[in-house]
Design a protein around this ligand. Structure first.
Ligand SMILES: [Zn+2]
Length: 247
């Protein structure tokens, strides 16, 4: 490790759970972030600053002025720019020593699967159930860890699916398809800006823990954040023996 690199990551290296070997492992890691919006912004910024060596970030949408209230990857000058391209600009300023691969086009399942095949962890930072279900199926079929986040109004949630472990329940076990009918989006219902920051940041924390095998397993746990009452709760869930994805 070069002197400059040592200094850059010194506060990580000081942690016995990370040390040089962990930091080198982060440098050798590749993560896939689906969505460069409210959740993808803090997740990508923290993962880039942390020195994840390769980040593929996908978003086919363009930056709109209404995104700037919470999507901190993008600035005023990025309006009308593709979000993945705008993300690369910001992340390169944060850490010019890593590789950022922006994916601008709308991907089909096969294309996402091809991208996901090369990565160590998948982050679901999307804003819709359709993408969450498809990413769950893709991550399960490739046996890759999936870190899923969601936020709306004053509420957020995070769940982790580590498909390297056969016993992990999946997103489909937790939310059967019927919940698609009750889909809510920030664009229709609003969201408090820093709530997406909290949830996206936890997704970055859990990604690093998965990459370095730090701490207790977070599988089978749904973490729920109620910002209005500053209340955290946890729901434990099990593998559904009749799950159409993982059973
Ligand atoms: Zn399942």
């Amino acid at each position: 490790m070069k002197d400059e690199t040592l200094i850059r990551y010194s506060r990580h290296i000081l942690l016995p759970e990370i040390d040089y070997s962990g930091q080198n492992k982060l440098t050798a890691s590749h993560v896939l972030i689906i969505g460069a919006g409210g959740l993808g912004s803090p997740a990508a910024i923290y993962l880039a600053a942390s020195g994840i060596g390769k980040i593929t970030i996908c978003d086919f949408d363009k930056v709109d002025i209404s995104n700037l209230q919470r999507q901190i990857l993008h600035q005023d000058e990025s309006i009308n720019l593709n979000k993945a391209v705008s993300a690369k600009k910001t992340l390169t300023k944060t850490n010019p020593h890593i590789q950022i691969i922006p994916v601008e086009k709308k991907l089909n399942v096969r294309e996402v699967k091809n991208l996901a095949n090369d990565v160590d962890v998948i982050l679901d930072c999307s804003d819709n159930f359709e993408t969450r279900y498809r990413l769950n199926e893709i991550a399960f079929s490739l046996k890759k860890p999936l870190v899923s986040g969601a936020a709306i109004q004053f509420d957020g949630q995070v769940s982790i699916y580590d498909f390297r472990d056969n016993k992990t329940p999946c997103y489909q076990c937790l939310f059967p398809d019927s919940s698609i009918d009750s889909e809510q989006r920030c664009s229709d219902h609003g969201v408090l800006s820093p709530v997406v920051g909290v949830i996206g940041s936890i997704q970055a924390v859990e990604t690093i823990k998965l990459l370095l095998n730090i701490g207790a397993s977070s599988i089978g746990k749904l973490l729920i954040y109620d910002a209005k009452n500053m209340h955290w709760s946890e729901i434990k869930f099990k593998k559904d023996p009749k799950c159409r994805v993982c059973a």
